[in-house]
Design a protein around this ligand. Structure first.
Ligand SMILES: [Zn+2]
Length: 487
């Protein structure tokens, strides 16, 4: 957007986020919530909406929703209820979704996120509990043009929280940064696995423009199908520009629901947004109201872990880590826990951080694993770092050992012994190799003797090569100096 028009309009964004809760069973029946099961195998009369079946609320789902509300600084309603949101769609067998309308579990919260050096706060209007719909699977790429569609009801009835922000976001980038922070919080508190690629975290965005300095809200457009952080930011940037051009042409904007087409990089109009009363909300007579007393809220509040930003700041203060390290290490709760367990056993936190941010993250990524999949123990990591300190292992040999530890969970001492990786720190063992390298590289030797000390690095490298990385490089350097300069 050119600067002169950027000043004319202000972008106003609010998000609606759906997060599947990571309960073992569904929200109103006992069916399992596992991802990837064969279609229509995780269903029962309740979640299929068969006549005569009755829902019973899953206590754990209520607790997860309350925890999410607390982590987002919401007031928790002591009394709330479930309502039926009526609409007809094949993936909704009852022709209504059980949701919460006028009495959500949580309201009036806020989340802070960082944009550069600035801390920004976004209001949370509400957090409520509802059920997932089933999933339509079309024979073609999408409904339009498909020969047939199939429905998998496994997803139907998985508990879901809907989080609605206030229209406090002012740029597509801020929307993305906020959503990343929200995702981190939900993941930290363990209520959702927040995988955008599997659809367990989804986001719709409302966006409007208004004259800069105005307090009134312009007519908004809702953008759907934002299934990655990148899509969210791109779609909003596109939509802001589209609306700006329309406003400059004097055309009416907003009121429509649009679909983000990731491939073409455009938003496309869907259907006109239904007004709330079209859903004919009314209290679900099959479910009792939800009463969450103060003692229950207190207990859940105590169960909340330290949240990501607080933990990052503590890592800087307590371990003296650079802010960047602290940011990476607290990127997930599991990684932060692993770091702290290692740091508790080995006194140099920065060294621990280097290994985790370097080799550990590299191997996780290369093997497509998560921290919990790895049997590497913090005690073994501490032991490895001690072996390096004691001069038993060179840096490169340590990497080899670390990789084996990562794969097998074995103790570093055993791997070192088995592979014969002990660093050679014995002068008498190294001198013959040093002499052979000097003999074989007269040119480099001449350069070093001529005062070009940089060339000594080449000779050290040759000795390391001859010893397959096992020589103690400091000792090799000293021996070379003795031989070439003092000898
Ligand atoms: Zn069921």
């Amino acid at each position: 957007m050119p600067a002169e028009t950027a000043r004319e309009f202000e972008i106003v964004i609010g998000l609606e986020i759906h997060a599947e809760l990571a309960t073992e069973s569904k929200v109103f029946c006992g069916c399992a919530t596992a991802f990837g099961a064969a279609p229509n195998t995780l269903v029962c009369p309740v979640c299929l909406g068969l006549p005569g079946s009755l829902p019973v609320v899953n206590r754990r789902a209520v607790e997860y929703a309350v925890k999410a509300g607390l982590a987002l600084n919401c007031e928790i309603a002591p009394f709330s209820k479930f309502d039926r949101k009526n609409y007809f769609y094949p993936d909704l067998p009852k022709a209504y979704q059980i949701s919460q309308y006028d009495l959500p579990l949580g309201r009036d919260g806020w989340v802070e996120f960082e944009a550069g050096d600035e801390i920004k706060r976004v209001g949370i209007a509400r957090v409520h509990l509802e059920e997932e719909a089933g999933k339509s699977v079309h024979s073609g790429e999408r409904l339009l043009g498909s020969e047939y569609s199939l429905i998998d009801y496994n997803r139907g009835g998985i508990p879901l929280i809907e989080i609605v922000t206030k229209p406090d976001l002012r740029s597509p980038l801020d929307a993305r940064l906020f959503l990343e922070q929200l995702r981190a919080i939900l993941h930290y508190i363990g209520v959702s696995d927040v995988k955008m690629e599997e659809g367990s975290l989804r986001c719709d965005a409302n966006i409007s423009l208004r004259p800069a300095g105005s307090d009134e809200l312009g007519a908004k457009t809702e953008v759907k199908n934002l299934n990655s952080f990148r899509s969210l930011e791109r779609a909003l940037a596109y939509e802001a520009e589209r609306q700006r051009e329309m406003l400059l042409r004097g055309e009416p904007v907003g009121g429509d629901t649009r679909h983000w087409d990731e491939t073409r990089g455009v938003t496309v109009a869907m259907r006109t947004k239904e007004e709330a009363h079209d859903y004919r909300y009314f209290p679900d007579p099959d479910l009792v109201p939800v009463v969450v007393d103060a003692a229950w809220v207190d207990r859940l509040r105590k169960e909340l872990p330290e949240l990501p930003r607080a933990r990052r700041d503590r890592f800087v203060a307590q371990y003296g880590l650079p802010r960047y390290d602290a940011e990476v290490l607290t990127g997930s709760k599991e990684l932060a826990d692993f770091f702290e367990a290692c740091a508790a056993r080995y006194g140099k936190p920065k060294a621990v951080s280097n290994w985790i941010m370097g080799e550990f993250l590299r191997l996780l990524k290369a093997e497509g694993k998560e921290v919990k999949d790895v049997s590497l123990s913090p005690a073994a990591v501490a032991k490895l770092l001690e072996l390096i300190d004691q001069g038993v292992l060179s840096g490169s040999a340590a990497k080899e050992v670390f990789e084996e530890m990562f794969r097998t969970g074995r103790e570093p001492q055993d791997i070192v012994r088995e592979r014969g990786l002990e660093q050679i720190s014995d002068e008498q063992a190294l001198l013959p190799v040093v002499d052979a390298v000097i003999e074989a590289n007269p040119k480099a030797v001449e350069t070093v003797r001529g005062g070009e000390m940089k060339a000594i690095g080449f000779l050290v490298g040759q000795v390391m090569k001859q010893t397959r990385g096992k020589a103690n490089p400091k000792l090799v350097q000293n021996l070379l100096r003795q031989r070439l300069l003092e000898g």
